[in-house]
Design a protein around this ligand. Sequence first.
Ligand SMILES: Cc1cc2nc3c(=O)[nH]c(=O)nc-3n(C[C@H](O)[C@H](O)[C@H](O)COP(=O)(O)OP(=O)(O)OC[C@H]3O[C@@H](n4cnc5c(N)ncnc54)[C@H](O)[C@@H]3O)c2cc1C
Length: 400
Amino acid sequence: MSQGSRIAVLGASVAGVAAAEAVRGAGFEGEVHLYDAQSVRPYDRPPLSKGLLSGTQEVDAIALRSDQDWADLDVDLRLGHAVRAVDADRTVTTDAATTTYDGVVVATGTRPRRAPFHISPEVRSHVLQTSGDALRLRADLGDANDVVIIGGGFVGLEVAAAVVALGKRCTVVEVSELPLGSAVGADVAGFVLDRHRAAGCELRLGARVRDVVPAGRGRAEVRLLDGGAVEADLVVLSIGVEPAADLLAATGLDLSDGVEVDGYCRTDLPGIYACGDVASSYSHLYGRRLRIAHWTTAREQGACAGANLVADLAGHAPAPFLHVPYVWSDQLDLKIQTVGRLLDGATTHVEHRDADSIVVAFRLGDDLVGGATINRARDAMLMRRTLSTALAESSKRVGA
Ligand SMILES: Cc1cc2nc3c(=O)[nH]c(=O)nc-3n(C[C@H](O)[C@H](O)[C@H](O)COP(=O)(O)OP(=O)(O)OC[C@H]3O[C@@H](n4cnc5c(N)ncnc54)[C@H](O)[C@@H]3O)c2cc1C
């Protein structure tokens, strides 16, 4: 590998930072340019809806790496440099420069999904994707008495828990009858929702929002398609995210569900890899394509993409991305953990349940394909280990 060679990593969050570290860890000695559109030091996102929002953590505490780590890593950290386009020949364009690289790792994550209903600019509404968003919401919560959260997924319910803990009234408006159900199954979802109700949060399930309009005195009214309405001082939109993949529009890659990569984090274009929330990846565990927008996948896939790109540039064989999905969410006094996936057609089996915890296994026929637990970390880790062992054995058999 020529020492003059250059690698660009686009996105300096958990996937991009893991990729840059893996590039160096694999012995790459050329230039590494790590771009991010944001101007602030890279930070971790899970605390945004937890400690940073509730005020138990500050921005310094959620930095992804220390100044010393950055110096040791020896990458050119290009903060405040939004990448406008990447071409098929690995040319990266920002407002400041156009540079062609030997390899590119795309780790641009997601952005909040645009609301499919009108939100008046006069109401106090928030999304939660960046540390700036979390600090603005935290400040705005100060004089709010009540909050409506639109969207009852993991992040929406974490925000609800933080709002209730601050002593505010909280209503979650959610289109599904059973939020979280497709990720954790009905038993675990029911357990979580009961706890939110018991904590004082009102859940409006199966409710579609028509629009969000001013209600006078600075308040907002969330009007529902069934004719109902909820009024509050402020509104938090947590209706999901979409991959930030448009910078690759000129490459001709299929971007219909993020950036498609194979089981080695490679796109169809030579030298262009993708990882983290922006990527939809072939899963060796399930033999199908998945886009998993969660932290552990982003970190592990980033590491795989960085190492495989360096192997590729050196003419060596890549390593498969052998991954068992793992997700956690902290809400109220609940530590929710899922491993693997609740695949279509899988059945759920409650293996343990008491007042404060539950363990559910997901099975397809006799095979364990995943599981979800609350306040039973050991069981989650055991299921993850079982799936990892099965994955390692099957990949040895097929020579992945
Ligand atoms: C509020 C919140 C709470 C969460 N809590 C949990 C949790 O409890 N458990 C869990 O498993 N997961 C959680 N997640 C999800 C987890 O944080 C993400 O899966 C993870 O951050 C994805 O990492 P990533 O590096 O792929 O992308 P991101 O973290 O989305 O980062 C992408 C980076 O790319 C940059 N970027 C985008 N476009 C460009 C461009 N054109 N040019 C330059 N830079 C660009 C962005 O500025 C950003 O820094 C949470 C996410 C949020 C938002």
